[in-house]
Ligand binder design. Sequence first.
Ligand code: BES
Ligand code: ZN
Length: 633
Amino acid sequence: MKFIHLKAIAMSVGLLVGCSQPEQVVTQSEPAEAQPIAEQQSKIEVGRDYHSFANPEQIKVSHLELDITADFAARILSGKAKLHFKRISEGSDTLILDSRELTISKVTSNGADLEFALGETDPALGTSISIKLPAGVNTVTVSYQTSPNASGVQWLTPEQTAGKQHPFLFTQAQAIHARSFIPLQDSPQVRMTYDAIIRTPQELVAVMSASNDPDAERDGVYEFSMPQPIPSYLIALAIGDLEFKAMGKRTGVYAESSILEAAAAEFADTESMLIETEKRFGPYSWDRYDLLILPPSFPFGGMENPRLSFITPTVIAGDKSLVALIAHELAHSWSGNTVTNATWRDLWLNEGFTTYLTYRIMEIIYGTDRFNMEAVLGYQDLQADITALKPDDQIMAIDLRGRDPDDVFSNIPYEKGALFLREIEQKVGRQNFDQFLVRYFEDFAFESITTDQFVAYIQTNLIEKHPTQLNLNRIKQWIFEPGIPEDAPIPESNAFVLVDEARQDWLSGNLAAKDIRTQNWTVHEWLYFLNNLPELLGEDQLVELDSAFSLTQSSNNEIAHSWLLISIKNWYEPAFDRLHNYLVSIGRNKLVKPLYRALADTEEGKVMARKAFEQAKSGYHPLTVKANEGFIQ
Ligand code: BES
Ligand code: ZN
């Protein structure tokens, strides 16, 4: 009875504060074509987080105290989350949290039990927890445990690690998975500081997106504190047999011992990247910047967890060719972690600014030629998405109502965002634009902002100062309309002109593959060569390329990816063993999903896809499983 009563309160509070309800999710799934884009966009409530049940307009969490134990045998995290909050509006007496597959045993405040109720479960959003607050109470402690299938946690067996001796655990909270391992207000507009005690098996080390002590004794109890307020998607934990190696004064790497040296060498430029980024874009706010190298099942390239970016080992290529990833995660320390998107619709504020800064950092550290090549490759990824995505999904400020953010991942917020900022830079001049960026990072430091706030800000701080160069309508076109505006600044690379010539000469039969002058080609030239071959090649052409360049055996995971994609589309069987090994040893979704997709185009391909997927599945991250299982059935 009590439960039903409280649930009724939760539902009505939910409606009052505009929380997403399952009913709304259903009504939003009308065909996109039904309404013109502008009309549809105008119905979005700016700043409303459609992906959280929480009610921060009324009661806002500001600090988290976490005390949890990792049980590797049961694959469960259990313990307590104590939330400190402020009442924003008078008379609010219900705190609403997000959760996903959590088992809540009790909720207390100052030792006294509080009433709580769970809402109905939404497949994308999880389950709300509504807690009735007695007057005067400003903390609650939730005792809970996670599900072994928590969407934001991956538990790895010793065999799935580099060292093969010890298990491993890591979390990945962005976008809405923090709620699967901590009950909290899982919205990027709620910022909190946190303290944590993590209890682990004695031989393992815990690290977090917080202050880490590389000399901490291995005693199974680790304490952390994050003194700057961060959104929940930046809370991160990893536990494993980790070692630390310093790379510079403020930078270092955590990794399993067998890859520690290789990682430190590959990422040796991290300290210079940090120093140079500060010089251009203002002081680094987070004290240290360390990297954590994860096992190959990590579903992303990198994740910008503050003070400790999480990094896939698939970029350790031996020649620093893929370190733009580090520049990217570092750049998020400004765009993303210091100035944060208020809702997932505003993700381009994180990723577009970060992609723009990444290019700038790469240019400073590795020179203009490399920058140009990376910019062209990024632009080609963008073009591919513009061709593939329906118009609504080409909009930077995308309408995500009723959609799971995991299903909408694309290059639009990244490369279209970066191109947009590049255009503004070119119109007002680099110096003026850099000044604007420094001010932007200062003015919104430790705040979460919406696209509309950004538009108002750029209007006052840049457009009005450069009225002949900039124009609000053009800026709105970039942000709120599909496609790439005409006369956008298309990147170009001289080095790639030579690659185009070589490819053409080879395709027209005027040049043998072995005679192409590839001696000085970097990974980028290889990628450009491969990615721009015609879709269909002859068996003899594939054999010729492979025997001249051993592409099937490439140890560079990006080159291997491009070659394997070509091999699938052309049914080049000599590459299929490598393809299988690739799919079962890497879990980074960006590398495996296009391969599964291409395999799924034919019945024979599907058979191979299913075989690899079944073998790999238990080692894949839940996100990689979710992203691929649908289309290979
Ligand atoms: N923050 C993102 C990863 C992310 C975005 C996770 C949205 C969940 C939802 C991270 O910074 C990122 O962009 N990673 C890219 C790096 C690449 C663009 C250099 C990746 O993992 O591929
Ligand atoms: Zn990013």
